[in-house]
Ligand binder design. Structure first.
Ligand SMILES: Cc1cc2nc3c(=O)[nH]c(=O)nc-3n(C[C@H](O)[C@H](O)[C@H](O)COP(=O)(O)O)c2cc1C
Length: 237
């Protein structure tokens, strides 16, 4: 098979990278970017790193579309129009009402953090709508990676593989001092995106990642914390 011929160590990174410890902690969801595009060589390094993500039976079920430049501006206009018209074409549901207990509390905390960081009051419905619509401007990032996958059975295992890919991509950005934001919101218009990019119906879209250089403002901003380990991890034996 072709991929067996690829040497994982063939290419050295083009510049000094953060350590693993630093990169994991430097990664966070940036929602403000500088407009300048990344060099094509950097785009290639990112996808070369992400290609090493693990997957069930090494199926490597990711099909990744990176959109930049004028094509990205046009996609943004299309998504804003679809969002304004509420013409949703998702491949997968997203029921935030199903969250309960700790999960629901964490979702509420994240919502509060997000709208407060944008200076939008809880009662300001229009402000919240405008803030959510920033997803469709890709938060002004110069690139978006749209993560598509084939559909197998209930898709849970495939979605896990796409998550592995997404995190590897995000850590590759972080290690280079770059940043991104994973966006389920883009998946709400999977059908429209497929039509715009001429992607076969065989492929379903899980989420996208807008990315580039985070703005100074975003880098300086606060970040969300995490629950204590005791809420997540149990050691046995
Ligand atoms: C699969 C996935 C989808 C997400 N979708 C969105 C989204 O549509 N819009 C958004 O603003 N943030 C989105 N996020 C970002 C989360 O809100 C964020 O990861 C979480 O609040 C933790 O913050 P941190 O990434 O800064 O550590 C998504 C994250 C993941 C992993």
């Amino acid at each position: 098979m072709r991929e067996h011929l690829i040497d994982p160590m063939a290419k050295a990174p083009s510049k000094t990278m953060l350590s693993f410890h630093e990169a994991v902690r430097a990664r966070r969801s940036f929602r403000e970017f500088r407009s300048e595009p990344l060099p094509h060589a950097t785009l290639l390094e990112l996808v070369e790193d992400a290609q090493w993500a693990p997957s069930n039976c090494n199926t490597q079920p990711w099909s990744v579309h990176i959109v930049s430049g004028e094509k990205l501006s046009q996609l943004s206009a299309l998504l804003h129009a679809k969002n304004d018209a509420e013409e949703f074409t998702p491949d997968f549901g997203f029921d935030m009402g199903a969250f309960y207990g700790n999960y629901s509390a964490r979702k509420d905390e994240q919502g509060k953090f997000y709208y407060e960081s944008l200076g939008v009051a809880r009662s300001d419905k229009e402000g919240r709508r405008r803030a959510a619509a920033l997803n469709y401007s890709f938060f002004n990032a110069p690139h978006v990676a749209l993560l598509f996958m084939p559909s197998f059975g209930d898709n849970v295992r495939v979605a896990g593989d796409i998550g592995m890919y997404g995190q590897t991509f995000l850590l590759s950005l972080a290690a280079r001092g770059l940043g991104g934001i994973p966006q389920t919101a883009l998946g709400f218009f999977a059908g429209a995106i497929r039509g715009y990019l001429g992607i076969s119906d065989e492929f379903k879209m899980l989420f996208g990642i807008s990315f580039g250089h985070p703005s100074e403002n975003a880098i300086k901003g606060p970040r969300l914390g995490r629950a204590p380990l005791s809420e997540s991890v149990t050691f046995h034996g």
